[in-house]
Design a protein around this ligand. Structure first.
Ligand code: B12
Length: 267
């Protein structure tokens, strides 16, 4: 394992202000004790046979913007994070290439348009699985990868590399509290109480809702990540109490602010 290279990659990520970085050995996808029954075609080595490790980065979505969803504010925040993910993973792949290790970045999503997802709501590579195997978090009832730092309010990008980087340990302690707020607050009832990956029963319903929001420049939805109580970012933004998202006395000031934002910049 190349620990010197690992330190260089971590230092590069710090310079780029990337808060979450993890490494996964490709053998984790092939180990049935940690991998759910993901079809083999989705394994990194099936996609690129030279792959030895996967480098995963995570960038947070900022809670105050997300709280206004569906809105232009979250819509733009989402686009910014997506653009950065693609740029950062491309640049990290180039960094590794320059160090002599063949590497390639994977697009943060991997579909041409949300309408494509109505018939086939699957991409060729799963970043949430990569993030899990890179020790960045574990799965919640909302089907998202929850991290200690940001709960599910973090988007991931991956670099496939031939470099043998030391794998990070998986997070064993379950982060999801099973509070069911994601299930109860989903505006189109697309989630149920089953554990991942059965929980998202209505992928097409979720995708269709997202498509409707996209026509108005309000996509994506993101309510299931907004209401999740997990993540240190809630402390940072003074949002430990998720009751703020339900009508209750003393929360009018917030509701007015969110409604104000939702009225502008969209159809
Ligand atoms: C398609 C997609 C969607 C679709 C469909 C949802 C879906 N497929 O789960 C729609 C538009 C509905 C959607 C919605 C959202 N998404 Co989305 N989405 C994706 C995308 C592009 C592909 C997912 C995928 O198909 N991966 C490949 C498959 C193989 O893996 P998987 O879905 O991760 O896992 C499945 C398999 O393992 C499968 N499985 C397990 N065992 C078995 C066994 C067999 C036999 C089979 C066939 C399958 C199977 O079941 C798992 C669950 O469906 C990813 C980006 C990416 N490329 O990873 C983002 C991604 C998953 N989305 C993300 C987010 C944040 C969201 C939203 C919150 C919207 C938002 N941005 O605000 C919502 C949340 C919906 C929810 N609660 O699940 C993030 C998740 C971040 C995190 N912290 O986990 C990702 C990773 C984007 C990113 N780059 O960060 N999404």
């Amino acid at each position: 394992m190349n620990t010197d290279l690992e330190q260089k990659v971590r230092a590069r990520c710090r310079e780029m202000e990337i808060p979450l970085v993890g490494f996964a050995d490709v053998s984790r996808w092939e180990d049935s004790s940690v991998n759910p029954d993901m079809p083999e075609a989705f394994y990194p080595r099936s996609i690129w046979p030279e792959c030895v490790s996967v480098l995963v980065i995570g960038l947070p979505v900022h809670l105050p913007a997300l709280e206004t969803t569906p809105s232009i504010w979250y819509h733009e925040e989402y686009r910014t994070v997506n653009a950065l993910l693609d740029q950062y993973t491309y640049r990290l792949a180039e960094f590794l290439n320059r160090h002599g290790y063949p590497s390639v970045s994977v697009p943060r999503d991997g579909y041409g348009h949300v309408s494509v997802l109505e018939d086939n709501p699957v991409a060729f590579f799963s970043h949430r699985h990569a993030a899990y195997f890179a020790g960045l978090g574990n799965f919640g009832i909302n089907n998202m990868l929850l991290t200690p730092q940001y709960g599910p309010r973090v988007r991931f990008g991956s670099v496939l590399t031939a470099a043998p980087l030391p794998p990070d340990p998986l997070i064993e302690e379950m982060l999801c509290t099973r509070c069911m707020q994601c299930v109860n607050e989903c505006p189109v009832q697309a989630l149920n109480e089953e554990d991942y990956p059965e929980g998202l029963t209505e992928k097409a319903t979720c995708a269709k809702y997202s498509q409707r929001l996209a026509r108005d420049y309000r996509a994506p939805c993101g309510v299931c990540i907004k209401v999740c109580p997990v993540g240190d970012d809630r402390i940072h933004y003074h949002r430990e109490d998720t009751g703020i998202y339900r009508e209750k006395a003393g929360t009018e000031q917030y509701r007015q602010a969110w409604e104000h934002v939702r009225r502008y910049g969209v159809k």
